[in-house]
Design a protein around this ligand. Structure first.
Ligand code: SAH
Length: 346
């Protein structure tokens, strides 16, 4: 019977107001309950102290609140916190709090497992898969915001969709979650502090541009040579670089928003001069930033981080071409909380 009840957070504010009117109550009750659900992150109807007991019981009879549960929490020696998040149906995803001097970033999941098959990514090895609901994404952010206040005495400052899953394969729910995160009645965060990271789904990048989204875009490129990219990210055979590139040109023409590329340099795979030249050619059509990410080994050595000469060459050539480069050091490695390691071993 409990399963038949609807998740109350699937309702818009307007729908909640209409529900109360249909119950012979005031529409205003809908606003109150909405504020509890989204502004105050209530986990149960019991928590809604300014709502009468009779109303709370009535809500209980109609709805559930499918709240996530932070199951295990691991803290790394560098301050990184990894949450194993249990969903209402028992599945588990992970999210991470990454503190630095100037910011605290939430790295959140958008799917359980992933349908893409990047050879170097731990999540790709998980079979089971479903999309997360908007509230399951939102709850991860709220949980990390609370941890940030608790452990670092400051609210969350940034969000990256770099946890488990491909956000553009769950676009509608990611968008709804971001709406709630940025809404004044939700967390009121600026969309400019949110980055959606994609392995590059051209059709969806165009859609984002058409939707005039205000958050930032990061593309996990890893190679600008089709043959190489297909060998490490096989779906590149379906969405080749030319298609990705024209979608990104469209994105830039519409948004004028700088594009960030995520890029790991691996020994013997993409550590040659021709690789960096191809990267320059690929991204020079728009202001770009290349994030050189440290590789986090997930297996027995099929992939290895390139040596520092190769990284230096990348930095030199990119900078000479006016492309911003940053080197992102790995965080939370001791608790498997680093990029691409999220695969709930726990
Ligand atoms: N599917 C999205 C978001 C999740 S992956 C995407 O592909 O962008 C987040 C980032 O971690 C991506 O840039 C991905 O390429 C990178 N990544 C995956 N496995 C990694 C690993 N083992 N070491 C370092 N980065 C990794």
């Amino acid at each position: 019977m409990a399963d038949k009840k609807k998740d109350i957070r699937a309702l818009t504010k307007e729908q909640l107001r209409e529900f109360f009117v249909a119950q012979g109550d005031k529409a205003f009750r809908g606003n109150q309950v909405y504020e509890w659900l989204w502004g105050k992150g209530a986990h149960s109807f019991e928590d809604m102290t300014n709502v009468s007991k009779a109303t709370r019981e009535m809500l209980e009879n109609h709805f559930v609140i499918n709240h996530i549960k932070v199951d295990t929490m691991q803290r790394s020696s560098d301050g990184t916190v990894k949450n194993a998040v249990q969903l209402h149906d028992g599945l588990v995803v992970e999210s991470v709090l990454i503190p630095t001097k100037s910011r605290t970033t939430a790295c959140v999941s958008s799917q359980v497992g992933c349908s893409l098959d990047c050879r170097f990514c731990a999540t790709a090895r998980l079979k089971r898969m479903r999309n997360l609901n908007p509230d399951e994404i939102y709850d991860q952010v709220v949980a990390i915001d609370n941890e940030s206040r608790l452990y670092h005495d400051r609210p969350l400052s940034n969000i990256v969709f770099m946890g488990m899953g491909e956000p553009l394969m769950n676009y509608n729910n990611v968008l709804k979650a971001i709406d709630k995160i940025t809404d004044d009645e939700g967390l009121g965060m600026s969309p400019r502090r949110i980055t959606v990271s994609t392995s590059g789904v051209p059709k969806m990048i165009r859609k984002m541009a058409d939707d005039e989204v205000k958050f930032k875009l990061a593309v996990s490129l890893h190679s600008a040579i089709d043959e190489v990219r297909t060998s490490i990210m096989p779906f590149n055979a379906t969405f080749p670089l030319a298609d990705l590139r024209s979608a990104l040109e469209y994105w830039y023409s519409k948004t004028k928003s700088r594009i960030t590329y995520e890029y790991v340099v691996w020994k013997g795979i993409n550590d040659k001069r021709k690789d960096v030249d191809a990267l320059v050619q690929f991204c020079k059509f728009a202001p770009s930033k290349v994030n050189l990410i440290e590789y986090n080994p997930i297996d027995d050595g099929e992939f290895q981080q390139a040596n520092s000469e190769a990284i230096d060459m990348y930095v030199k050539v990119l900078e000479a071409n006016n492309i911003t480069v940053t080197i992102r050091r790995s965080r939370g490695k001791d608790i498997d909380a680093a990029c691409g390691q999220l695969a709930n071993k726990s």
